[in-house]
Design a protein around this ligand. Structure first.
Ligand code: ADP
Ligand code: MG
Length: 309
């Protein structure tokens, strides 16, 4: 049997068409500016070395390098999405390897940032709220001051207490929670922001399945927990004591902050918490209020209803 190389050569010699094509492709590859500059950096490469690795050079040429031909990560045209080819030399061998391209790195970073805000049932405008866009009128001075203090402290360590923002409907409480969560992302803290009625529904829905403990754990252990609109939905004594009470108890012990928004002040909330389907239970309600005070500082918000604007 003849060696395959000489077989191939003989075949190529016979096949003029292939030869012309091969020569044309080789010329195209070698005229590529990035390949030319690689060859200039490696004058030791002989024509034989180049021929031997022509397929690698061809692959290198055909791929987009560090996104030079792609408008976004989603439009990546490379063989391995998000990877950019690299040529190098290793003992007189031309090596082709791949590294992550910068659009992929950016997309991964954005993804990681996104995960820092776990939100359940929150409108888009709240998820995109920014501290820099919060209008600082008189009615917000106390709240904004307290928030800025929290954020300043968070630069070194997460404070043990969040805020209990209370005030009438539409003053911007939920909006501020969204803005805080977005600021905290910058310091790599994850916030879990949930609308209270949905929290109740979510937990009740999973009561009989395996995810119940997992879900409670998730709320217990989030870096920052934000309970939006705490109040009227708490007619279930079980939810108040076994879920809310135990989540707050855990966070109090561990020194993990909780933010609340509420249309009720603390004494109004205490009344709401006391009246469940079981009747009036002041002691149990008082216990929850005590825990709220342990995990947050109380701030009143006044001002007009911004929903009419
Ligand atoms: P609350 O939770 O106190 O009832 P929201 O936070 O839902 O009030 O705010 C009411 C409306 O005003 C929302 O549409 C919200 O996006 C808007 N809003 C509140 N605060 C601001 C702000 N500082 N800048 C821009 N829009 C705001
Ligand atoms: Mg709200």
């Amino acid at each position: 049997m003849k060696p395959i190389q000489s077989e191939l050569k003989a075949w190529m010699d016979k096949n003029e068409n292939f030869k012309t094509n091969y020569t044309r492709i080789k010329k195209e590859i070698l005229s590529d500016p990035s390949i030319q500059s690689f060859l200039r950096e490696h004058p030791e490469l002989t024509d034989h070395d180049i021929e031997k690795h022509l397929m690698r050079l061809y692959e290198y040429k055909s791929q987009s390098k560090q996104c030079d031909r792609c408008a976004s990560y989603g439009e990546c045209q490379n063989i391995i999405q998000g990877y950019s080819p690299l040529l190098s030399m290793d003992k007189n061998e031309i090596k082709l390897s791949y590294e992550k391209c910068h659009l992929r790195v950016e997309a991964e970073q954005q993804d990681a940032q996104q995960k820092l805000l776990q939100s359940l049932y929150m409108p888009k405008e709240i998820l995109e709220a920014k501290m820099s866009e919060v209008i600082q009128d008189k009615s917000r001075i106390a709240a904004i001051g307290a928030i800025l203090n929290f954020l300043e402290e968070a630069k070194t360590a997460l404070p043990k207490k969040g805020l209990f923002l209370h005030g009438s409907f539409g003053v911007g409480k939920t909006y501020l929670l969204g803005a805080i969560a977005n600021e905290l992302k910058k310091h790599h803290y994850s916030s879990t922001l949930i609308y209270m009625p949905e929290f109740v529904r979510e937990i009740k829905g999973s009561f009989k399945d395996d995810s119940f403990n997992e879900k409670i754990d998730f709320f217990k252990k989030a870096d920052v927990l934000m309970l939006d609109d705490i109040g009227a939905e708490l007619q279930s004594a079980w939810f108040r004591d076994e879920v809310l009470g135990s989540v707050l108890q855990y966070r109090m012990m561990e020194g993990l902050p909780v933010f609340f928004s509420s249309n009720f002040n603390l004494s109004e909330l205490e009344k709401e918490l006391a009246s469940t389907r079981n009747g009036v239970e002041e002691v149990k309600a008082g216990r929850i209020i005590e825990r709220i005070k342990q995990v947050s500082n109380i701030v009143e918000m006044t001002g007009k209803n911004r929903r009419d604007e």
